[in-house]
Design a protein around this ligand. Structure first.
Ligand code: GCU
Length: 601
């Protein structure tokens, strides 16, 4: 068994499988016993971080994580969570209090809870995300730190949790740093806080802590992957069940609790037209995990993108993770259903989730609704390419998002960067990320929003050296907004050094809803509509274009946009305003997408 297992692993060319693990043992919350800690949390705004450092700027052993209370009338304690204001979790702090709208710094969160742990069970505290740097404590003990504002992490609390009187304290700091990912300058709001769900997760002592069950690239019926257990009893029998497809397949784990799985099955393939999800059960001797998984293959062949072996055009739109109608960071299933529903109304079968991993509800709803996903990590603009810690941080964010979403059929593209300036250090940084992603997941395509340039006033050229290492080329262009007037697109030709498919990953321009004028007056709906009409006539002339994602579905907040009465720290560049009103341009893309859809059938 060991030998054929080694052959299977080599054949499937999965990298040393232990790598794809997000921060903490839990990678998948599906089917687990969970206890939500969402709701109101006490909070302390701490701009000088006096809850962490002493006056000598040394980390204090007696910080706010102790949740200390005066024991006598003479005791000096200068904070009290239980007399402090509260913040709702999940949620950013910026839209919950006017005082915190522009706040970048540290906020301390505290949640008290009781928890009766079953004797033979393990308990983890799981965070969907915290922007940006989170230091986590339970009952005064440090659990750990997590960096990165858009991916999940968790810590085991089995030995620390008690029946009553637990206090979970999280120091969340969203200060921007030059060496961070993202770096200092972005064009989105730096929403801070516990922006996604927080929950307790209970598992058996030895449990299935990670698995990947996907179609082998290019196949229609060959399922390969792996299941990994964590705990004492690592040598076990693993059974994968897909009742609807009559699949019951057993595999043995090796001494590290790892089982490679490999079987053929007659499956209905997932696609936008038929987003078929199967109930999949992964049974171990000590644990049972259930999930819903779709099976599809995604590849490129020359300049084509093939879904389940057939050419497909990605009719898309870009989305920022902002909540429709209420603003602030989106985090709920309802937010996802609304945003993806609007994208579908545009005629989209594809969304570019910009510029960072969105919440899991977005991905799982895309799975259910049949919407293909471009998922991106925030390697955005001028990252500190030479900094090894910055690279490790970016790699880690990639591991965490792949760890969370690797079983989601909807996710077809991992994007490692957006609009990053050419340099050798940038190229080696991004190549490192690309090979890391391929290592963790050989079943999906790699892309990025690359650089392009004018060969001459009428010719755009794509020869960014990064293109050589990608499967799908991505380019952002703003012909008609930052680059000339809308009709400039008319005579423009696009050339590429690469025989690869292109997704125009951003294009468009701004218009304030209900702001009207002639088609050359900036900020009007007519100007924006004019841009898209000329854009489409240019895009349909690009022979290797296989996808389009206009910027952007809905207006969003940006600290870089102060123009009074028009921007007011927002970017009125969506087809839909934050209030859900539709601009004229909102009706241009669907016309093109309907034609594309017709030609697909
Ligand atoms: C860039 C960038 C976006 C930005 C957009 C714009 O291309 O990728 O994040 O918001 O342009 O300026 O509207």
């Amino acid at each position: 068994m060991k030998l054929c297992l080694a052959i299977v692993v080599a054949m499937f060319a999965f990298a040393p499988l232990v790598q794809a693990q997000p921060a903490g043992l839990i990678t998948n919350t599906a089917g687990r016993k969970t206890t939500s800690l969402d709701g109101q949390w006490q909070m302390i705004v701490d701009p000088y971080e006096s809850g962490y450092y002493n006056y000598r700027y040394q980390p204090s052993d007696n910080g706010y994580f102790k949740n200390a209370k005066p024991k006598s009338k003479s005791d000096l304690i200068e904070y009290d969570f239980d007399k402090s204001a509260t913040l709702k979790v999940p949620g950013d702090w910026n839209t919950q209090s006017d005082q915190l709208f522009f706040y970048e710094g540290t906020v301390w969160y505290k949640k008290s809870f009781d928890y009766h742990r079953q004797p033979d069970k393990r308990v983890f505290v799981y965070f969907g995300a915290a922007n940006y740097l989170a230091d986590v404590y339970l009952n005064g003990e440090k659990l750990g730190q997590h960096e990165g504002g858009f991916t999940p992490f968790n810590f085991e609390i089995t030995k620390l949790v008690r029946d009553t009187g637990n206090f979970l304290v999280v120091k969340v700091d969203n200060k921007r740093r030059r060496d961070a990912v993202p770096t200092l300058m972005t064009d989105w709001w730096n929403y801070g806080g516990l922006t996604r769900e927080v929950m307790l997760i209970e598992t058996p002592a030895t449990f299935v802590n990670d698995y990947m069950v996907q179609l082998k690239p290019g196949s229609r019926d060959h399922v390969v992957g792996w299941v990994r257990s964590a705990g004492e009893k690592l040598s076990q029998r693993i059974t994968v069940r897909i009742p609807e497809a009559g699949v019951v397949k057993s595999f043995a784990t090796d001494g590290n609790g790892l089982a490679a799985i490999d079987f053929t099955a007659d499956l209905k393939l997932w696609s936008p037209a038929n987003p078929k999800l199967y109930d999949v059960a992964i049974e171990a001797e000590t644990d049972l995990v259930r999930d819903q998984i779709g099976f599809r293959s995604i590849e490129t062949r020359g300049t084509d993108i093939l879904l389940n072996g057939r050419p497909i055009f990605l009719r898309g739109v870009c989305i920022h993770e902002e909540a429709p109608l209420r603003g602030g960071r989106a985090y709920s299933r309802e937010d996802a259903v609304t945003l993806l529903g609007w994208a579908k109304e545009l005629g989209a079968n594809f969304v570019r989730l910009a510029h960072y991993p969105h919440n899991e509800f977005m991905i799982r709803e895309a799975d259910r609704m049949g919407i293909l996903v471009w998922s991106e990590i925030p390697v955005y603009w001028t990252i500190e390419w030479e900094n090894a810690a910055t690279l490790e941080n970016a790699r880690n964010q990639l591991s965490e998002v792949i760890g969370r979403d690797k079983n989601r059929a909807a996710v077809v593209i991992w994007s490692v960067a957006n609009e990053t300036p050419l340099s050798d250090t940038r190229l080696s940084f991004l190549r490192n990320l690309i090979s890391h992603a391929r290592h963790l997941d050989p079943t999906r395509l790699l892309s990025a929003a690359m650089e392009r340039h004018y060969l001459d006033p009428k010719t755009q050229m794509i020869d960014d050296p990064l293109g050589e290492f990608l499967d799908v080329l991505g380019c952002n262009e703003y012909v008609g907004w930052y680059d000339g007037l809308p009709e400039k697109a008319d005579g423009l030709e696009w050339k590429s050094k690469y025989q690869k498919p292109l997704v125009m990953s951003e294009f468009g321009g701004d218009a304030l809803f209900n702001h009207h004028g002639d088609s050359l007056t900036r900020w009007t709906e007519e100007y924006q509509e004019n841009i898209y009409q000329h854009q489409i006539s240019m895009l349909i002339r690009i022979p290797f274009l296989r996808g389009a994602a206009p910027w952007i579905l809905m207006d969003f907040r940006s600290p870089r946009r102060p123009l009074p009465g028009i921007q007011d720290y927002g970017k009125p560049t969506g087809f839909i305003s934050g209030g859900g009103e539709t601009n004229k341009a909102c009706y241009v893309m669907p016309r093109w997408y309907r034609e594309l859809k017709k030609s697909e059938n």
